[in-house]
Design a protein around this ligand. Structure first.
Ligand SMILES: [Zn+2]
Length: 179
């Protein structure tokens, strides 16, 4: 069985190992880990017996296949199997989602700023946005002297497109639009 993650698939060493086993073994089952999809490995790996690690029906066929292959005489009852399978599936789902999240975090750390209503907002590494806006032009810190005035850049004196008092509303719009 090959557990094919994106990292695995991008590693020449891993692919080489897989190729060698491919030649020697009769049975090989590629297991895809999303976000890697069948279309990503199409033409490179024969996927007739392939499955996605989070596909409950394919896991059922894998169970049957393994039982046959190893001539297991008293297989797990289907209800027990389903319960265990679903427990694993929910853990897999969590891992996949966390992975997707950390990829997103990495790309946002390249540019943590988003633009909105004449200001920039900075993503926090932990998620969400910092509460005070940044300058649209120079990404400097800003401040509002009072609620009726816009935020002013400490360096270049540019102003935000909204008043100080609107910051709570603007922040929730930013969260909604860009989270
Ligand atoms: Zn500025």
């Amino acid at each position: 069985m090959f557990i094919l993650s994106r990292n695995f698939y991008e590693s020449p060493v891993c692919l080489c190992e897989m190729g060698a086993t491919w030649v020697l073994a009769n049975e090989h089952i590629p297991v895809l880990v999303p976000p890697l999809d069948y279309s990503d490995v199409k033409g490179v790996i024969p996927l007739t017996q392939g499955l996605k690690i989070n596909d409950p029906l394919k896991l059922n066929s894998l169970k049957t296949k393994i039982e046959k292959l190893f001539t297991i005489e008293k297989p797990l009852s289907f209800s027990t199997w389903e319960r265990k399978r679903d427990r694993i599936l929910s853990r897999i789902k969590n891992s996949i989602e966390n992975q997707a999240f950390s990829v997103e975090e990495q790309s946002s750390s390249i540019s943590p700023f988003i633009e909105y209503r004449g200001a920039k907002f900075k993503r926090k590494p932990s998620g969400g946005f910092e509460e005070s806006p940044y300058c649209l032009k120079c990404e400097g810190g800003t401040f509002a002297m009072n609620g009726r005035m816009p935020f002013v850049c400490g360096s270049c004196k540019s102003t935000s497109g909204f008043k100080g008092v609107e910051i709570t509303t603007v922040l929730s719009e930013v969260e909604r639009e860009f989270s």
